[in-house]
Design a protein around this ligand. Structure first.
Ligand code: HAM
Length: 427
């Protein structure tokens, strides 16, 4: 019988060691940084009632075309999460923890997109959400968190762009004006975008299609149309960014792909990536979303940052490489494996990182495995050592020929501790 072979679904990827070690390091670094700023981990379901995500905007591609919707066996309409903000807000409305509520997450998201480098059907986001703070200085805090996280990886070709969407009233007034402006130039727009003139005129400014980009270069800017109060808020944010030493550019075309934004929106882009996929992370305020999901009026803001894109940018810039595997010891037993079994477990219990060879192979092949493992020290048990109750420690990192020492098995933990300590000082 022919056995069918499967691959990961289109637009998804397996992340294997050692690349996954880099993922782990990225997540640990992010957790540390946002933890120091008072954010706690939120773990929420990977699927929700489809209504949770509908609030992101019926006019957005994410909701209209890209959502993985399904009916579960109980007949409920569900969707795999396309992003993290709506789920976080749903969780807050459900549990009502005290405000301000500061959470971070690392989670897979699902969007039925045309896959290409940096654009997947399952991608992963690191993100934060902060609910219950109206102060524009919170916008600065959130933007600076993302900026400093990306800089901490060694990335340099970064650009922060910011914009304000104003209040829903500002936006409504502006949308009507923009819609009229676009209608007068409908012929010059890409036909795909022309359809949005009446329903979602702001989305037209978000278009990457060349005809539309060229035709809307002189379009009225939302930032010039917002109320004096919205304008003051935005200026406070810009002032905070300048004060924090974070370079930024105001881009009146920055609309972002989701409908829930109010006031500040921002993106951090990498010049090292192709324009269509160069946004490493983005976010902003969504002051109406809590209410739209059944909660009391509560301001909110946050960002999401794509793990795959960040690592792609790191590859392009040659920074944040895969961490080197650093085992303390590798056990080589050429007798019958009993010593390897005992010593490996004993050393791990004592807190060392230890691996071993399997299958009773020759000394040569086990030593090769020890070298490949990246361990600092080989713990070797041959016939002699087995009969005298000893082991030989060999330094695998010493350049000038092998440094080795035979010791009693009872001294293993203390000797190994001293060797590791010494080699850490050196290397
Ligand atoms: P977003 O801009 O849709 O915002 O996604 C955030 C980031 O996720 C993007 O900047 C990008 O790095 C990454 N990303 C999005 N789609 C894909 C994809 N198909 N393949 C690879 N990476 C992708 C949000 O999702 C909002 N929830 C952000 C936010 C949080 N706003 C406020 N709070």
């Amino acid at each position: 019988m022919k056995v069918e072979r499967f691959s990961a679904p289109k637009g998804t990827r397996d992340v294997l060691p050692p690349e996954s070690d880099r993922w782990a390091e990225l997540v640990v670094g992010f957790a540390g940084q946002v933890g120091r700023a008072g954010y706690g981990l939120l773990v929420s379901p990977m699927f929700e009632d489809v209504g949770v995500f509908a609030r992101m905007g019926e006019g957005t591609d994410v909701v209209r075309k890209e959502m993985y919707e399904f009916e579960d066996r109980g007949g409920r309409r569900m969707a795999l999460r396309p992003e993290g903000t709506a789920s976080a807000v749903r969780a807050w409305v459900q549990h009502r923890p005290p405000l301000p509520w500061k959470v971070w997450y690392v989670a897979p998201n699902f969007r039925y997109e045309a896959p290409q480098a940096g654009r997947y059907r399952q991608h992963h986001q690191l993100g934060v959400e902060l609910l219950g703070v109206d102060d524009p200085d919170a916008d600065v805090e959130v933007i600076v968190l993302l900026w400093e996280f990306l800089c901490s990886l060694g990335l340099q070709d970064l650009e922060l762009v910011v914009n304000t969407m104003g209040t829903p009233e500002d936006r409504g007034r502006y949308a009507a004006r923009l819609s009229r402006w676009l209608a007068e130039r409908a012929e010059s727009l890409d036909p795909e975008d022309r359809q949005k003139i009446d329903t979602h005129p702001l989305r037209v400014l978000d278009s990457k299609r060349p005809a539309t980009v060229a035709a809307t270069r002189e379009a009225p800017a939302l930032v010039d149309a917002v109320s004096a109060e919205s304008r003051r808020r935005f200026e406070r944010v810009l002032e905070g960014l300048t004060g924090a030493g974070v370079p930024h550019r105001v881009d009146p075309r920055l609309v972002r792909g989701l409908d829930y934004y109010t006031h500040t929106t921002f993106e951090i882009r990498s010049a090292a990536l192709d324009a269509a996929q160069n946004t490493l992370g983005g976010g902003g305020r969504y002051d109406g979303l809590v209410e739209a999901l059944g909660g009391p009026p509560t301001p909110g803001l946050g960002f999401g940052c794509g793990v795959e894109r960040v690592l792609l940018a790191c590859d392009r810039e040659g920074v944040f490489p895969c961490p080197e595997r650093r085992l303390d010891a590798f056990v080589v037993d050429v007798v019958d494996g009993s010593a390897a079994r005992e010593i490996t477990l004993r050393l791990r219990k004592a807190g060392f990182s230890v691996d071993r060879a399997w299958g009773g192979r020759s000394m040569k092949s086990q030593m090769r495995a020890a070298d490949r493992s990246g361990a600092r020290v080989a713990v070797i048990v041959g016939e002699d050592e087995a009969s005298s109750g000893e082991v030989t420690l060999r330094d695998l990192r010493s350049d000038g020929g092998a440094v080795q020492k035979r010791i009693a098995r009872s001294e293993l933990e203390s000797e190994l501790g001293a060797w590791i300590g010494r080699s850490r000082e050196v290397g």
